[in-house]
Design a binder for this molecule. Structure first.
Ligand SMILES: [Zn+2]
Length: 282
């Protein structure tokens, strides 16, 4: 279905839905006096403009809307965002540099820094990427940090979170004939971003996307490999490996890619001293 047709049917569906709500309100006011609780919930329903999302063919617009709402929950409840403007703009700058050469450059991206000593990075659908201050400190140079950010962009361009969300909604039985209520999806999306490990296939896919994107953006592709290797070599497993599993296999695969003819020869981002000074305010 073309976008035009899709938005037309959505429009009609919404008009039908609001029509139904006004009817319910009219009946409620005219026939029986609703209890305050009921009146409030109907009012809320209209204010919130509850939408149903068809997970099978989610548009970019719907994915971005949903990602924005999941992001609101994450930054209000789960994450403490860094107020260090130097670090924020540095990380955002690296991310925005990687967007034009990524596999999905046509949606807006947001790169945010979380105050947390654990080594971790997340992505949620619709262009939202998060890295912890612990991870920024753990990286030796900009190419390593760019490798991690590129990996998270890879999850977004591969639409991995959307697919996870669809599977989880079906498993939990919250998908209905009309689709899934958007508010239920937001809660599920927050849970997935924090707790559900990505599949091995999704990890390989995000690594490969990052590896290729690093080369196209001019970064040394070895950055992703050395950072992953560093995590695998640590005595206690860093948090990132609980949501980004199969680390040792990933390193082996990345090593092969680095030895292959696909390597780009790009070499930016390997100056460790320059990196230390860029993040010295952490
Ligand atoms: Zn991952």
């Amino acid at each position: 279905m073309s976008n035009f047709l899709l938005s037309l049917t959505q429009h009609i569906r919404r008009r039908w839905f609001y029509g139904l709500i006004s009817l319910i309100v009219a009946i409620g006011l005219g026939v029986a006096t609703p209890r305050p609780g009921q009146a409030l919930s109907l009012f809320d329903l209209i204010l919130n403009g509850i939408e149903y999302v068809q997970l099978a063919n989610m548009s970019d617009r719907q994915e971005i809307d949903l990602g924005g709402q999941i992001n609101q929950q994450l930054v209000n409840r789960e994450f403490q965002l860094s107020r260090n403007s130097r670090i924020n703009s540095y990380v955002n700058g690296i991310g925005q540099n990687l967007v034009p050469t990524s596999d999905r450059p046509d949606i807006p991206y947001h790169f945010q820094v979380i105050n947390d000593n654990q080594i971790n990075a997340f992505a949620t659908m619709g262009g939202y990427v998060y890295v912890t201050t612990g991870l920024i400190r753990e990286a030796s140079n900009e190419a390593e940090l760019a490798g991690v950010i590129g990996h998270e962009i890879g999850h977004i361009s591969g639409r991995h979170a959307v697919n996870q969300l669809r599977d989880a909604a079906l498993t939990q039985g919250i998908a209905e004939a009309l689709g899934v209520r958007q508010d239920a999806l937001v809660n599920l999306g927050v849970d997935l971003a924090l707790n559900l490990p990505a599949s091995r296939g999704d990890e390989y896919n995000a690594d490969e996307r990052s590896f290729n994107n690093l080369g196209r953006a001019g970064y040394a592709q070895s950055g992703l490999v050395t950072f992953m290797q560093k995590l695998v070599g640590q005595r206690s497993a860093p948090t990132i490996l609980s949501t980004h599993p199969a680390a040792a296999d990933r390193v082996a695969r990345l090593r092969e890619m680095l030895d292959s003819s696909a390597v780009s020869g790009a070499s930016a981002g390997l100056d460790n001293t320059a990196y230390r000074s860029r993040i010295s305010s952490l």
